[in-house]
Design a protein around this ligand. Structure first.
Ligand code: PMP
Length: 324
């Protein structure tokens, strides 16, 4: 008689987890924090969970940026939500573009200038969406050194499971101003459940817990995430990651032989950025075959490019047949 809930389970669900849906879920569920902490090699006090990593992006922007005063640094082409969250909050955006001629590497002198201009959040995405490349470790280390005591550095690791590299998540214990974002949407196949996490020093987590909505993880999402984090599920996920990485290389090799394709950018993620002679014609070919891919033409100087998500072998076969 504590939270003004209904005393009855939902009309259509009388047993199992669904029968508990008349009760609010636990805020920041301890069982989930523990399972994620085990999976990622951190402690539950270093984790905040929410509705996808999108929610983490929004919370960080609201916590660290004063409207009309502060700025964030982004390195385009990159994930659009960092700028969307900044605009909503009334923070300005300093763009220090990735260096296309150097494989979309970070522009370190440019980032130092953004720090001098007072940027409060430096958004780094590794592997980066939509270019697919992981950022060089030494470059991220240089950014962390330059930002110490001045700004927080966020490394968005939504696609880190596809790299085989050590996640930056493990380094949050060493850097009090490092925040990483992780998600269950990609490698774990739970995009529809909306579960993401932010990993940082417990002081930052404590601050964000004061502004996160009280029940950020819905009951069915909690159930689905715990099931996905069981040892048996994690073993299947590891196999699927291996298969996706092999398929990515097969797709890249096949597409690079196509006369329509001028370039397949190297990828550490579950997608490929592909440059075409005529991306519009390629888009139409794919559409005719019932395949929808993301059109990045003209964004951040990328030119005639499309982003293709790696799918099952048969989905990838369909893309290859349509484009070669
Ligand atoms: N970060 C990056 C780099 C992404 O590409 C995406 C999804 N496209 C997200 C975060 C958001 O993921 P989530 O589903 O966890 O909100």
């Amino acid at each position: 008689m504590h939270a003004n809930e209904s005393p009855w389970p939902p009309v259509t669900a009388t047993n199992g987890a669904a029968a508990a849906l008349n009760h609010y879920p636990p805020p920041q569920p301890p069982e989930l924090l523990e399972a994620l902490a085990r999976a990622w090699g951190v402690t539950p006090t270093q984790i905040l969970v929410g509705r996808g990593s999108d929610e983490g992006i929004d919370l960080l922007t609201r916590a660290f940026c004063t409207a009309g005063q502060d700025s964030v640094m982004v390195s385009t082409p990159t994930f659009g939500m960092y700028a969307v969250a900044a605009r909503i909050q009334g923070a300005s955006i300093l763009d220090v573009p990735l260096l296309a001629a150097r494989g979309f590497a970070l522009d370190l002198p440019g980032i130092r200038r953004a720090l001098d201009a007072g940027s409060k959040i430096l958004w780094l995405c590794s592997p980066n969406n939509p270019t697919g490349n992981a950022l060089a470790r030494e470059d991220i280390e240089a950014v962390l050194a330059a930002a110490s005591g001045r700004a927080v550095v966020v490394v968005d690791e939504a696609y880190v499971e596809f790299t085989g590299e050590t996640p930056w998540t493990l380094a949050v214990a060493r850097y009090p101003h490092l925040i990483t974002l992780r998600t269950m949407s990609k490698a774990h196949g739970l995009a529809g459940a909306r579960l993401g996490a932010l990993i940082a020093h417990p002081d930052i987590i404590g601050l964000l817990r004061r502004i996160v909505p009280p029940y950020a993880v819905a009951g069915p999402t909690l159930e689905a995430a715990l099931a996905a984090l069981s040892p048996a599920s994690l073993a299947v996920t590891a196999e699927r990651i291996g298969q996706l990485v092999r398929e990515r290389e097969r797709l890249a090799t096949a597409l690079s032989r196509s006369t329509r394709v001028s370039r397949v950018f190297p990828s550490d993620a579950n997608f490929l950025l592909v440059q075409f002679d005529d991306a519009g014609a390629a888009l139409q070919k794919l559409r005719d075959a019932g395949v929808l891919v993301r059109d990045f033409r003209g964004q951040s100087g990328l030119g005639e490019v499309l982003r293709l998500t790696v799918g099952t072998p048969s989905q990838n076969g369909l893309m290859i047949r349509s484009l070669t």
